[in-house]
Design a protein around this ligand. Structure first.
Ligand SMILES: Cc1cc2nc3c(=O)[nH]c(=O)nc-3n(C[C@H](O)[C@H](O)[C@H](O)COP(=O)(O)OP(=O)(O)OC[C@H]3O[C@@H](n4cnc5c(N)ncnc54)[C@H](O)[C@@H]3O)c2cc1C
Length: 464
């Protein structure tokens, strides 16, 4: 029985989650004249995209921030709502800090020479060749699908090369793209994801690639615009605790609201689906998929300075760090007008596990030491410093996205990836064929799920 304090709402479609996927699904449904209610657990929209105005007046993006030129779904929404972007700063020489502490400054996308680089480039070219064989709509139809999926990325890399420097470079790439370690991730998933984003260079590089531009008003500005246009349909602070399906439709319960609808779109990452009680239980394939898709582990740390002091010194602020440092990659995240200097440090995978277990002061010192190694001692004295440790964040429990562990695609991909479960349709960046893992993929997944629902409702209205 429904508890007395619960209010009941009737609608046509209930959407769970107000990240980019849920919001774009709801927007498409509303646009098609379908009544929709969005239930969001947090007290804000945007999910893994979260911008914050700091006391210094600088806006930082704690989660997703970049947009690339081929991310057409994200661009279309940004244009529609007039959300401006500006090019990521990459002028000046970049820095590589090697495992032995050696510091190398270089221009262009990556250093041309150095330990392991030739082998690293050979293996990444092979990855691109293999990624070209991936079937993005039906990944299980890819040649050698099961063979690649049975292996971890580490297993594949070690079979290719015994050059430890090349292996370190490959490991940092895996950490940087999935916030996980090569031993943890299915090699097929690596290929799928590369194919989904348009190849290795697209994912790794800045200009013309995935890290091309940032949003003047933060990357969640488009999400806020979507939510505003959806108005009272979006209900915050409403975590869906249970989802029941019957012949009459679905019932989503949040503890204070019961929403009855004809269909549901669940737009939360697989790791968060596991926290919802489904009645009847989800099909075995979907449950298996959830078990094989843990979230990556990442923190983003921003250090704010009075000015981007590294720029006049000819440094870009872009760096990759190997060895003991908790930080893997650094970018210049200063605002467009350079009114302040901002460096963002990424901590991920095993490094995140070790660093996040340390005391606050130790974590801060370790990150500022890393930034000082990149741009000099002034980096040790920021006017503001803020960490966002995603595995500690509410229902998101990590980032950037869920990755697939070895064997997961083969055992559960066909039934568990995005196949609707009765009246429940699945959205979220993890269900995207193109730009899987990115904001663009979240948006296209919402649009795809909305199209599924529109088709299903039309089929009921006009059978045959
Ligand atoms: C640190 C970091 C950096 C990133 N960098 C980039 C980048 O530069 N560019 C890029 O394109 N992508 C980036 N990403 C990835 C990008 O942010 C995600 O792919 C995208 O935001 C996912 O959107 P989504 O709607 O699929 O899921 P989410 O954003 O996770 O939305 C899911 C929503 O569902 C809610 N929810 C969960 N459970 C429930 C429940 N039971 N009931 C109700 N609501 C629930 C959550 O609170 C959340 O709001 C980054 C991510 C992180 C964490």
């Amino acid at each position: 029985m429904t508890p007395p304090e619960t209010s009941a709402v009737d609608t046509e479609v209930v959407v769970v989650g107000a990240g980019y996927a849920g919001l774009s699904a709801a927007w498409r449904l509303a646009d098609a004249g379908i009544d929709v209610v969005v239930l969001e657990a947090a007290d804000r929209v945007g999910g893994r995209v979260l911008s914050q105005l700091r006391p210094s007046g600088v806006r930082v993006d704690h989660g997703g921030q970049w947009i690339g030129p081929s991310q057409r779904h994200f661009h279309a929404l940004a244009d529609r709502f007039g959300c401006r972007t500006f090019p990521t700063w990459e002028t000046g020489r970049h820095t590589e800090i090697r495992a032995d502490g050696t510091r190398v400054d270089y221009a262009g996308g990556a250093p041309d020479t150095g330990p392991g680089i030739a082998e690293y480039e050979r293996v990444t070219a092979l990855l691109d060749d293999l990624a070209r064989t991936v079937d993005l709509q039906q990944p299980w139809s890819t040649p050698k699908f099961a063979e690649f999926d049975a292996r971890s990325a580490e297993d594949f890399f070690r079979a290719q090369t015994d050059d430890e420097d090349a292996l370190q470079r490959l490991a940092l790439a895996i950490q940087g793209l999935w916030c996980a370690e090569p031993r943890e991730i299915s090699f097929f998933h690596v290929l799928f994801y590369l194919a989904s984003g348009g190849g290795y260079e697209q994912l790794m590089e800045t200009r013309g690639c995935a890290q091309d531009a940032r949003f003047c008003d933060g990357a969640d500005a488009v999400a806020h615009a979507l939510a505003t246009s959806l108005g009272g349909r979006v209900r915050l602070g409403e975590p869906v605790l249970s989802l029941r399906q019957s012949a009459h439709g679905v019932e989503a319960h949040t503890g204070r609201t019961l929403v009855r609808a004809r269909r549901a779109v669940v737009a939360v990452p697989p790791a968060a689906v596991g926290h919802i009680a489904f009645d009847p239980e989800l099909p075995a394939g979907r449950q298996g998929w959830i078990r094989h898709t843990p979230m990556g582990r990442v923190a983003k740390v921003h250090a704010v300075y009075e000015e981007p002091f590294w720029r006049p010194a000819g440094r870009s602020g872009i760096a990759t760090l190997y060895g003991d440092s908790p930080v893997g990659v650094v970018f210049d995240n200063s605002p467009e007008d350079a009114s302040h200097g901002v460096l963002v440090a990424f901590v991920y995978g095993d490094r995140l596990d070790r660093w996040s277990a340390r005391a606050d002061t130790e974590r801060r010192r370790a990150v500022l030491d890393a930034l000082s190694a990149v741009v000099g001692p002034r980096a040790a004295r920021p006017v503001d410093y803020v960490e966002k440790i995603w595995p500690r964040t509410g229902r998101t429990i990590g980032g950037y996205e869920c990755f697939v562990t070895p064997g997961g695609w083969t055992r559960h991909g066909r039934d568990g990836w995005r196949q609707p479960s009765g009246l429940v349709h699945w959205a979220g960046t993890e269900t995207a064929s193109v730009w899987n893992g990115y904001i663009d993929g979240a948006i296209s997944s919402g649009e795809r799920a909305a199209a599924e629902v529109i088709g299903a409702l039309a089929a009921v209205a006009h059978p045959g």
